[in-house]
Design a protein around this ligand. Structure first.
Ligand SMILES: NC(=O)c1ccc[n+]([C@@H]2O[C@H](COP(=O)([O-])OP(=O)(O)OC[C@H]3O[C@@H](n4cnc5c(N)ncnc54)[C@H](O)[C@@H]3O)[C@@H](O)[C@H]2O)c1
Length: 436
């Protein structure tokens, strides 16, 4: 099929490349000329495992092109809208002005029978509003909402092999939208991927609900870890034990510095704001507590650092391992790891932060911090090591080896991924969250 993807960020660039990989003829559009120039040259503008390979093969095949001109989307049968919906500057609601702009930009270029497919995460009610606009301005086209569930770090696989497909379609749709999307996702459909065809509101809410649930699960275990701290209990054993209950499950039950990134935090805030607009703020008021618990974990790690250094971090060299919000990504949006580095710096510590992929993005946001691209440089002479992003490289650090680099063997495991007994046996003072 001829496909356009409007917005080529973490979601759109992967989606465009994956659609071309599936054999479709794809044009990716973005207003950011630098991003488009990189993509056009076959270079991903961000780190995502597997993306360089499919981007290169798809651009070389001629099935994938990029442009900054929305007019180049004309002629596509399906237009995916994958622009950003960040938190608004002055409220906790989502800023959907980019979605509106992309939509308005598309209107003059919609062919007869074409389908606009929303992928961006939007407040419930957005699709119905845009569908009404479309009916008035370009009745030859129609709208579906197809929320995206990819995980950064696994985005290529998640796009090519999604665990479910959700299509939100208009009440008067005769099955055409679903059949077009089935064609787009034929490989996944043939592989037996569950597919749910529903109304607009449900499709929008599925995404909000999924993120709200995941965020709640993480904050739940972090709340348990706070109780573990004051009782001498071990939250990792607790998570293992409750995780064996299939109704609970062990995944997303790792206590630590909490969630971040360009989705979960802003999505639960936007959900709360939308529910308040709808007069049902009380139904999801608990998400404010989820957010509060999450943000408290960052301060908790800082408090542990202060305690580990005897009450003050002032002028102490601290190696911060990790700045991205999760491993296998260079994304530092709302990153707990980067926040911890900034908070420690604010307390006067000599912070040296390191990350396998995120240093450049972190430096752009927080140039006041000192960075090292190699972990060894950050560790050299440190009086405290703080692990805040669980990159494999940090999880597999050898305590004896690291011990020879640092000035003092003190470590805070902000992700509870190290084996305390191994580190203690190597002479380290180890502190985790909710671990005795
Ligand atoms: N990143 C993820 O893991 C993920 C997963 C699921 C859903 N989402 C959702 O997908 C959407 C995009 O997220 P992202 O992480 O890719 O954001 P992003 O900031 O990386 O990318 C958004 C892109 O849209 C472009 N853009 C803005 N206005 C435009 C316009 N009018 N025309 C063309 N391009 C325009 C920006 O230049 C940017 O490149 C958000 O709604 C997000 O919540 C993201």
């Amino acid at each position: 099929m001829r496909i356009s993807v409007i917005g080529c960020g973490y979601l759109g660039a992967v989606h465009a490349s994956a659609m071309a990989e599936l054999g479709h003829d794809v044009i990716g559009i973005d207003v950011d000329a630098r991003k488009i120039a990189a993509l056009q040259a076959g270079r991903p503008p961000f780190y995502e495992p597997g993306l360089p390979e499919i981007l290169k093969s798809a651009t070389a095949s001629g099935r994938l092109r990029f442009s900054t001109d929305i007019a180049d989307a004309a002629g596509a049968e399906v237009h995916f809208v994958a622009v950003g919906t960040p938190q608004a500057a002055d409220t906790s609601a989502a800023d959907i002005s980019y979605v509106d702009a992309a939509f308005r930009g598309l209107l003059p270029h919609l062919a007869e029978g074409s389908l606009i497919v929303g992928k961006s995460t939007v407040p419930v009610g957005t699709a119905a509003r845009l569908a009404a606009l479309l009916a008035a301005a370009a009745p030859q086209a129609s709208l579906a909402w197809n929320p995206e569930f990819l995980r950064e770090g696994f985005a290529v696989k998640d796009t090519l092999e999604p665990d479910r497909l959700v299509y939100g379609v208009s009440a008067d749709d005769d099955g055409r939208a679903a059949s077009v999307l089935d064609h787009v996702y034929r490989a996944a459909i043939e592989a037996g991927t569950p597919r749910i065809v529903t109304d607009y509101a449900t499709s929008e809410l599925v995404k909000a609900a999924a993120n709200a649930f995941l965020a709640t699960k993480i904050s739940f275990i972090n709340a348990m870890s706070e109780i573990a701290d004051v009782t001498g209990a071990d939250v990792t054993a607790l998570a293992d034990a409750i995780g064996h209950d299939v109704r609970i499950g062990r995944r997303f039950l790792n206590a630590g510095v909490g969630f971040g990134g360009g989705c979960l935090p802003k999505d639960i805030r936007a959900f709360t704001a939308r529910a308040e607009e709808l007069g049902r703020g009380d139904a999801v008021a608990f998400l404010k507590e989820v957010d509060t618990i999450n943000l408290r974990q960052r301060q908790r790690v800082v408090d542990l650092a202060v305690a580990a250094l005897g009450g003050s971090v002032h002028r102490k060299k601290i190696a911060v391992l990790g700045v991205t919000f999760k491993p296998e990504s260079d994304d530092v949006r709302d990153s707990p790891a980067l926040d911890v580095a900034v908070l420690l710096k604010g307390l006067g510590a000599d912070v040296v932060a390191t990350d396998p992929q995120g240093v450049e993005n972190a430096r752009e946001r927080h140039p006041q911090l000192e960075y090292a691209t190699a972990a060894r440089d950050a560790l050299a002479g440190a009086e405290l090591v703080v692990l805040v992003t669980e990159w494999r490289e940090y999880r597999s650090l050898d305590p004896a080896d690291v011990g020879r680099l640092v000035a003092s063997r003190r470590i805070i495991d902000g992700r509870n991924v190290l084996d305390p007994s191994v580190w203690r046996a190597a002479g380290w003072e180890y502190r985790g969250l909710g671990r005795p």
